[in-house]
Design a binder for this molecule. Structure first.
Ligand code: HEC
Ligand code: HEC
Length: 463
């Protein structure tokens, strides 16, 4: 910006001159502009590219991301305690944040997550029988701005504006508690899952039959009510209400509120570019952004402030991990078709948001692709990539789990990918562009880890 105003550019250079302005090649482009005609021309070119990218982004519906409305501190504090408290798991051995580690950008580094009964954290976490859960643990960033949750969108808002949930429909009184839509409802479900948190036996929650979710939630509230500190925290989070009249929906809502409040990040170089700063991205990133928005077709699905259309597509991702009970031996995952029953939706998954994506490998619903550059490269002739997929990139326990379902996957692959070929330089540039979506504040979230939780159980992920 300043380079277009000679007075300001000169001013900057004069100020910096004493500090060696003229030969300081690390100075921002705009500050060097007055020095050399070549640099001035290059700067003008970058400014033009920046303006073009801003225009293309606006045309593609990639608008700035707004922060969520403030969440009342007592509610957020309760949500934080619950999210880190292993009291919520059947055998008191895992919390939400064991899989969504604050020290690992709210993921766990595994292709598919590792649930209850395991030990260790992040990359070193192992289950004694080598078990994994069905899918990759997605990050918790900016969920105030995303409605369908999970990889197949089974926690969603219907046409009448009602929050809908899988397996266990919520009661009207429970729905009335949800202040953050699907984000308030979602935390009510991992606690029901035997592989994630509840376990197959050894505790009173596991003893409840799977078709009685309300009973499991009631038993969880009984556990929490036995800890006086929780009674006080719930009652301050919901002024005027008594703990004894509360439900696990109040717990879910608190966790949703905390997630909305602390994991919203809109201070990336990309945000600064959108706000008018031509120097926010490197030239390589700007070229990557332009390709993303034009020739590479990415913004056809990755749109909106979070870079997702909130819809479901099959982008030819190989199936690895334990699967989700589909197919002849239950090791497949039919994705969106599980929810809609429509065979055209087989292997379609929700377009994931891309902010902070640099920090959240491995990628895809099953973490089949472990590096960001390989994921971008995957879109180039994705049919060939799917057929030649190399499982040796996976952690050893998952290498043998690859299904040979390429034909079936390609039968419903999105038409948007069919002719796409990207050269190596474009892949590099798009990868660099994706790194401009990282908010430095998301790199280490250790500040959100409490030193203790009301149950007194150990807290996972203390930095
Ligand atoms: C065993 C690891 C594990 C545990 C424990 C766990 N999660 Fe998750 N989480 C996942 C996985 C895997 C998914 C994706 C589920 C799917 O798509 O079917 C997920 C999805 C989510 C989502 C949706 C994100 C999105 O982009 O759609 C949120 C929010 C979330 N979890 C919060 C929580 C909360 C809160 C808890 C505790 C009550 C919790 N998780 C416990 C692994 C875990
Ligand atoms: C047809 C819609 C569509 C197009 C076009 C598309 N994507 Fe995707 N993208 C998706 C879907 C759906 C997934 C998740 C697929 C899965 O898990 O099976 C995904 C996943 C990703 C991921 C992994 C994110 C994560 O958190 O796991 C990245 C990175 C990504 N896309 C970048 C791109 C880039 C770069 C382009 C352009 C070259 C692109 N996408 C084009 C729909 C699309």
């Amino acid at each position: 910006m300043t380079s277009r105003n000679p007075t300001i550019a000169l001013g900057v250079c004069v100020t910096l001159w004493l500090a060696g302005c003229s030969d300081d090649t690390t100075a921002p482009r705009s500050e060097m502009a007055a020095d050399s005609p070549q640099i001035a021309a290059a700067t003008a070119e970058v400014a033009a590219l920046a303006a073009e990218v801003r225009q293309l982004a606006a045309a593609a519906g990639i608008s700035p991301l707004q922060r969520p409305a403030p969440v009342r501190p007592a509610l957020s504090l309760l949500g934080q305690a619950l999210a880190f408290d292993k009291e919520l798991s059947g055998n008191r051995d895992i919390s939400c944040m064991t899989c969504h580690l604050a020290t690992m950008a709210t993921v766990d580094g595994h292709s598919t997550a590792i649930g209850q009964g395991a030990t260790g954290l992040g990359p070193t976490r192992v289950h004694p029988q080598g078990k994994f859960v069905h899918r990759n643990a997605p990050p918790l960033f900016n969920l105030h701005a995303l409605t369908p949750l999970t990889w197949d969108g089974r926690v969603f808002v219907d046409a009448k504006g009602v929050v809908r949930t899988p397996g266990a429909p919520l009661r009207t009184a429970q729905r009335a508690v949800l202040e953050f839509g699907t984000l308030s409802a979602l935390p009510m479900f991992p606690v029901l899952s035997r592989s994630e948190m509840r376990a197959d036996g050894g505790n009173e929650l596991a003893a409840v039959s799977d078709d009685q979710p309300q009973r499991t939630w009631k038993f969880l509230m009984r556990r929490l009510g036995a800890i006086p500190e929780y009674r006080t925290m719930f009652e301050s989070a919901y002024p005027g209400q008594s703990f004894d009249n509360m439900d696990f929906a109040h717990a879910g809502n608190a966790m949703g509120g905390w997630i909305a409040a602390v994991f919203a990040f809109n201070n990336s170089p990309w945000d600064r570019l959108l706000a008018g700063n031509d120097d926010a991205l490197t030239e390589v990133q700007l070229r990557g952004a332009r390709a993303f928005l034009t020739t590479a077709n990415c913004a056809q699905c990755h749109t909106g402030p979070l870079f997702t259309d909130g819809k479901f597509h099959n982008v030819a991702v190989p199936q690895v991990g334990p699967g989700f009970g589909n197919g002849p031996d239950g090791r497949d995952d039919f994705g969106r078709m599980r929810k809609t029953g429509n065979p055209a939706h087989q292997y379609a998954f929700r377009t994931p948001p891309l902010r902070n994506v640099e920090l959240t490998a491995p990628y895809g619903h099953d973490g089949a692709i472990v590096s960001l550059r390989s994921w971008v490269d995957h879109y180039s002739q994705s049919d060939v990539k799917l057929r030649t997929y190399d499982p040796s990139q996976l952690e050893p326990l998952l290498r043998g789990t690859l299904l040979s379902t390429a034909d079936a996957i390609l039968a419903t692959r999105s038409g948007k990918l069919k002719k796409l070929v990207l050269d190596a330089q474009t892949v590099d540039e798009i990868t660099e562009f994706l790194k401009s979506l990282t908010d430095p504040g998301a790199r280490n979230l250790g500040r959100f880890v409490p030193t203790r939780v009301p149950s007194g159980l150990p807290v996972d992920g203390l930095p």
